[in-house]
Write a protein that binds this ligand. Structure first.
Ligand SMILES: [Zn+2]
Length: 249
C-alpha cells in the first residue's frame, strides 16, 4: 500500500461533486464502527498504553456524545463494549439499522508515517477528477463515500494538525455488502510514542472527535442543500497543504 501511496500523489484543492441522481437525501442515521475488540487487539500502543481496540471504542463513545449536538441524527455503534465482531457482522448491523453513512474507526502500527489515511470502497471503475472534484461514474454510494472522505480529510487536518496521507480505494471485508456510503479511517500511528501518548490523552481524542464531528455536520448540510456547498475556503490553504492520493489499481 505504501508504494500506491507514493506513486499516485495528487494535490488539488477541495471540490465537492454535485450529488448524483438517487443519492441519499438526508443523513438520518450514522453508523460508527470501532475496529477490533475482544481477542482481536488491533495495533498495540508504544509504551504499554491502551491499544487500537480500546482507543477505537473510547473515540466512538466520545464522538457519539459530541454528535448529540446535531438534532435528529441517530448514531448507532456496531460495537459498544470489548467484544469481537466479524467484519461481515459490522456491515450487516449497519444495514440492519438502515444507516446513511458508515465510519469505521482504526489506528495503525507503522511508526514511520505521520498523519491519517482514509479508505473507501474500491469501485469497479477508476474515480475520475473533473472541475467539481473526484467522482466515481455511475456509483452513487461510492461517489458519496469519496465526497465524505474529501470533507473528512479537510476537517481532520484542520482539527488534528496532521496531514491526510491518502484517500485510497480498497476492497475491505467490512465494506462487503454495505448498503451505504462508508469510509475506513486509519487515524494515527500507535507505534510512534509521541502520537500514541497524544491519542491516549483526553485532549488528543477530543481533537480527533471534533474533526470527525465537523465533517459529519458538513456532509449532512451538503445533503440537505442538494450537493451545493457554500465555499469553505478561498485562496491558498493555510498550513500544510493536503495531499490526496488515489490507488492506481
Ligand atoms: Zn484496525
Amino acid at each position: 500500500m505504501k508504494k500506491a501511496l507514493i506513486s499516485f500523489a495528487l494535490s488539488f484543492s477541495l471540490g465537492i461533486a454535485p450529488l448524483s441522481a438517487g443519492a441519499a437525501e438526508r443523513l438520518k442515521t450514522l453508523i460508527l464502527d470501532p475496529g477490533h475488540g475482544g481477542q482481536e487487539l488491533g495495533a498495540r500502543s508504544a509504551g504499554g498504553l491502551a491499544g487500537e481496540k480500546d482507543l477505537a471504542l473510547s473515540l466512538a463513545m466520545r464522538l457519539r456524545e459530541r454528535l448529540r449536538d446535531l438534532p435528529f441524527l441517530k448514531v448507532v455503534s456496531t460495537r459498544t463494549d470489548d467484544y469481537s465482531l466479524a467484519a461481515d457482522d459490522r456491515a450487516s448491523r449497519a444495514n440492519h439499522h438502515r444507516g446513511d453513512l458508515f465510519i469505521s474507526l482504526h489506528f495503525y502500527p507503522d511508526p514511520y508515517r505521520s498523519g491519517f489515511v482514509i479508505l473507501f470502497p474500491k469501485p469497479r471503475v477508476k474515480p475520475r477528477a473533473d472541475a467539481s472534484g473526484w467522482h466515481v461514474p455511475g456509483e452513487t454510494h461510492l461517489d458519496m463515500s469519496l465526497t465524505f472522505a474529501e470533507i473528512l480529510a479537510e476537517e481532520l487536518t484542520n482539527a488534528t494538525k496532521t496531514p491526510c496521507l491518502g484517500i485510497i480505494s480498497a476492497r475491505l471485508r467490512v465494506f462487503k455488502g454495505l448498503r451505504m456510503p462508508g469510509v475506513f479511517l486509519e487515524l494515527g500511528s500507535l507505534a510512534n510514542p509521541v502520537r500514541a501518548k497524544e491519542l491516549n490523552s483526553s485532549e488528543g481524542q477530543k481533537v480527533v472527535a471534533e474533526g470527525i464531528y465537523r465533517a459529519v455536520a458538513r456532509y449532512r448540510r451538503l445533503l440537505e442543500l442538494g450537493g451545493h456547498e457554500e465555499p469553505v475556503s478561498t485562496g491558498e490553504p493555510e498550513g500544510d497543504r493536503i495531499i490526496r492520493k488515489l490507488s492506481p489499481k
